[in-house]
Design a protein around this ligand. Sequence first.
Ligand code: PLP
Length: 277
Amino acid sequence: MECSGNFYLHNFKFIKSDHFDDSFLKNGISIYEVIRIENGVPLFLENHLNRLYKSSEISNFSINESYCDFETLTGELITKNNILRGKIKIIVQFNTVNGDKEKNLLIYFTPHYFPTSEECKKGVKTGFCKAIRLNPQVKILNSEARIRANDTIAEKKLFEVILQDNDGFITEGSRSNVFFIKDDELITPPESDVLQGITRLNIIRLCKSENIKLKEKKIHISEISEMDSAFLSGTSLKILPVNNIDSFEFYTQNQVLQKISGLYNKSIEDYINERST
Ligand code: PLP
């Protein structure tokens, strides 16, 4: 089931979720965002909207601040469904019907999986997957990389796959960014090669303000055995230790990892408090 809650929004109108229909997304191009809701607050909404506008610009479709008031719409959806914790998906579809260009907007709660405390402590199992996201900075539905990643995840019974390009460089997870830790430094693939994750953005901001060493550089698969620890970052995952990537094992109780995870959780608390008062 893709849509949860009692109501969803289609082109600014509330519709009962029993009638949810997203079959039209098969056509055209759909860009999307997934936003975490905690205490009824959409976390880092402005960052998500900026990325949505950027995705549309790169894809040569224009939506910007004047398109609609996303903040009000998501607020109304939360109130109408009375759901304080979960995930909201915003999809903007650009389509051509009988030669006319049209836009469709869907906003709805979607079932979420937030990692268990056991997964956060012990880390998760991942594996490599050769797949390239052609336009890494655009968050687009139904990409080829998504399909390949889903197959590998199911086949090897993994939590997530780590994407690897044709030259053996690691880019990101299929729905997450990846960070490694060597000594006391965080290392992550460069911005140009990955989706600019909102969680990644916040981790980089926190590293700057807290003087945690961080380097953005290309990481080759041959360097993986030198890394002490690894973690994934994402809206649902937050900061999630990686136990292994295929046969490479990582230490999940790393102090730098625990520090950045604590700082990130605190930044969420602060964000909620600022908007709840
Ligand atoms: N990279 C890819 C390919 C993703 O699909 C996602 C999230 O869906 C991320 C990274 C993490 O982004 P965020 O932190 O905004 O959830």
